[in-house]
Design a protein around this ligand. Structure first.
Ligand SMILES: C[S@@+](CC[C@H](N)C(=O)[O-])C[C@H]1O[C@@H](n2cnc3c(N)ncnc32)[C@H](O)[C@@H]1O
Length: 257
């Protein structure tokens, strides 16, 4: 099989891979294909993803990871993506599942002030519609950067429930710690978090608090430890705060023994 760095390069440049129309591009700026391919490589290198794994993508958006995954998973692997934005899920189902039936999407009507303001369900307390131990890998990419700590705790519990023993989760976040504060205080940050503010939760845009959320690293980590998940050391710290990093957000891998 092609090595993952080569596959990433090919996927990032593959103009045959569909991309959602501009009106559905609600998952951030940047090159849609290149970022998806980058996260596929991270799932393989950092989270040990294998072609036969069962993957759950919580907050899957518009298929940025699912599309490159179609070229990596084999006929025994599978992918389930869930998200509260119904048109994004509909686009993914029509454009991906029709060709790759083992790559599936579900809309969950979870309330979020920016993404799904009229949603019927609170996130914390709403179990995901999958059985215990159903997945080998779970990911939440750029999702905890838009939620509060109660939701982090809830999803940590769901990750612990849904992972099979030995499975792991890749989650991105903005983790406030001493080096991040220093870089922000030096004016190097790419987001307007106030390094002098009191934690454990920080908002870069006070008028739209859930547009970008950071947590004290210890408070974030504790939510996973509480559910028996262990963070694989070291976390990979991103460049959001102005410190050096090859990713934008911080990347954590949580393992279930
Ligand atoms: C910045 S986008 C990232 C999407 C995708 N993970 C990616 O990397 O392309 C954030 C996603 O989180 C989803 N989201 C918002 N509230 C959520 C919740 N309570 N549970 C799960 N996902 C949520 C949004 O609908 C959106 O698709």
């Amino acid at each position: 099989m092609t090595d993952i760095a080569t596959l990433r390069r090919h996927l990032a440049a593959n103009r045959f891979m569909p991309v959602p129309p501009p009106e559905l591009m609600f998952c951030g700026d940047g090159d849609f294909r290149a970022i998806g391919a980058e996260f596929l490589e991270r799932m393989v290198r950092d989270a040990g993803l294998e072609p036969g794994h069962r993957v759950l993508d919580i907050g899957c958006g518009i298929g940025r990871l699912a599309l490159p995954l179609t070229q990596y998973l084999d006929e025994t692997g599978s992918y389930d993506g869930v998200d509260p934005v119904a048109p994004g899920i509909a686009w993914c189902a029509a454009n991906i599942t029709t060709l790759y039936p083992r790559v599936r999407f579900r809309h969950l009507d979870l309330r979020h002030p920016l993404y799904n303001p009229h949603g019927a369900l609170p996130t914390a307390g709403t179990p995901l519609p999958f059985a215990e131990g159903s997945f080998d890998r779970v990911c939440l990419i750029s999702v905890f950067t838009h939620l509060g700590l109660a939701e982090v705790l809830h999803y940590a519990g769901e990750v612990a429930r849904l992972l099979a023993p030995g499975g792991c989760c890749l989650a991105t976040a903005f983790q406030m710690n001493a080096p991040a504060r220093e870089a922000l205080a030096a004016g190097q940050g790419r987001l307007a978090f106030d390094p002098a503010a009191d934690g454990p939760v920080y908002y870069a845009e006070p008028d739209a608090p859930l547009a970008a959320v950071a947590f004290d690293e210890d408070a974030f980590l504790e939510k996973f430890l509480r559910h028996g998940l262990r963070r694989r050391k070291p976390a990979h710290y991103g460049c959001w705060s102005g410190r050096d990093g090859s990713s934008f957000q911080d990347i954590c891998i949580f393992e279930k023994e």
